[in-house]
Write a protein that binds this ligand. Structure first.
Ligand SMILES: Cc1ncc(COP(=O)(O)O)c(C=O)c1O
Length: 373
């Protein structure tokens, strides 16, 4: 089915065989394939420098970068290692990937789903304050939606003022999301993400205790050969450390290709059809605002052989897995009015490094009449 599309939505852009070969050869010679091998540790070290370069607040203080088998396991072990008491009520947006809220449930906490800001499509500190006036909240798990960075300094200030701890799911925002040492953040390295290696995740935090405990939990909670508590196996395999190092070496080129595709879309369809941060940042997935015409636009694009995806709709409040989860909008009601509006408006367009200018012009030509211009 996938191959029938003339223009596909996502095509991973990973290092070629030649680019990854020198690292794989090192692994082959060392006979070291897992358990915090030299390539994985070198990757973590280099990612620390990569993130510090992009994070003014982080550069000043030491940060800990811990790799995991996925962002999902990074989120789970971050929450397990956080020391939050069991059953903590954690506020998160209903507009996100299911792993965000699943990580809360699976670690014995209680998700509370809420609405997002009409402009940034994020759960913001302002929304959190309003929800906290309606219902008790013990911690917040905001999401850097579609890979646009969230305001980390605002969340650090919120945490300082309220004493309510903040943890961030920035799965799709590696390379763009500045990190703050006081606000732990998880990134995804899944093949379809802007920094893809196949599967993998990172936890970045200034909290050494959190980093050490999360890493330990990823390796059966072993201390001196015995499990100190119930852990799991969520380590990054050495071969993926090889991919990580090779991807890091080419990341600037990957980013520039994605920027070119992104800027071509913006020129074709107009800045006001995209997230306001698209003037500055390149997202992980590209959602166009059809202003209430999502169904017509999707039908037209799909009929022309152009694949679309409606990330992340329906919202989590409509998933069977979360049917029992409390929904508290900023006005205290259960009505997620912004997410409902976005569901009728946002359409995920083909967005990857292999799109030609001609492909983008084809998508734009189909889209314009369906959007009423
Ligand atoms: C917002 C968000 N959180 C978490 C994840 C899970 O990431 P992973 O596939 O690395 O487990 C994703 C993946 O799409 C995501 O978009």
């Amino acid at each position: 089915m996938l191959d029938e599309w003339k223009i596909k939505c996502l095509v991973p852009d990973l290092p070629s065989l030649d680019e990854v070969a020198p690292y794989i050869r090192q692994m082959d010679e060392a006979h070291w394939y897992s358990n915090f091998g030299p390539l994985v540790m070198a990757f973590e070290g280099k990612m620390k420098a990569f993130l510090a370069d992009r994070s003014p607040a982080l550069a000043a203080r030491d940060a800990h970068v811990v790799s995991f088998s996925s962002a999902t396991t990074a989120l789970e072990l971050m929450l397990r290692a956080s020391g939050l008491p069991e059953g903590s009520r954690i506020l998160t947006p209903a507009l996100t990937f299911s792993a965000t809220a699943a990580s809360i449930k699976i670690t014995g906490h209680v998700p509370i789903l809420t609405d997002v800001d009409p402009v940034t499509w994020d759960l913001t500190p302002e929304i959190a304050r309003k929800v906290m006036a309606e219902t008790p909240v013990d911690a917040i798990l905001p999401v850097a939606i579609y890979g646009y960075p969230i305001d980390m300094d605002a969340w650090a200030a919120f945490q300082e003022e309220t004493g309510v701890r903040v943890f961030v799911d920035a799965a799709a925002a590696l390379g763009q999301q500045p990190v703050h040492p006081d606000v732990p953040v998880c990134f995804s390295l899944h093949a379809t993400k802007p920094f893809g290696i196949g599967e993998g995740g990172l936890l970045v935090t200034g909290d050494e205790k959190l980093a050490v405990l999360a890493r330990r939990l990823s390796n059966f909670a072993f201390v001196d050969g015995t499990s100190r508590e119930i852990g799991t196996n969520a380590k990054l395999a050495e071969v993926l450390g090889a991919y990580g190092l090779a991807q890091l070496a080419r990341f600037d080129r990957v980013y520039e290709k994605r920027r070119h595709v992104h800027d071509t879309y913006v020129r074709e369809l107009g800045q006001d059809r995209f997230h306001p941060k698209s003037a500055e940042f390149v997202p992980g997935t590209l959602l166009v605002d059809t202003r209430g015409r999502a169904t017509a636009a999707t039908e037209r694009l799909n009929a022309a052989g152009i694949q679309t995806r409606q990330w992340y709709f329906p919202p989590l409040s409509d998933h069977a897995a979360f049917h029992d989860v409390a929904v508290v909008a900023p006005d205290g009601s259960r009505n997620l009015v912004v997410i409902d509006r976005l569901q009728n408006s946002l359409v995920g367009l083909p967005f990857h490094a292999f799109l030609s200018d001609e492909d983008i012009k084809t998508v734009a030509a189909e889209l314009r009449p369906a959007m009423g211009n």
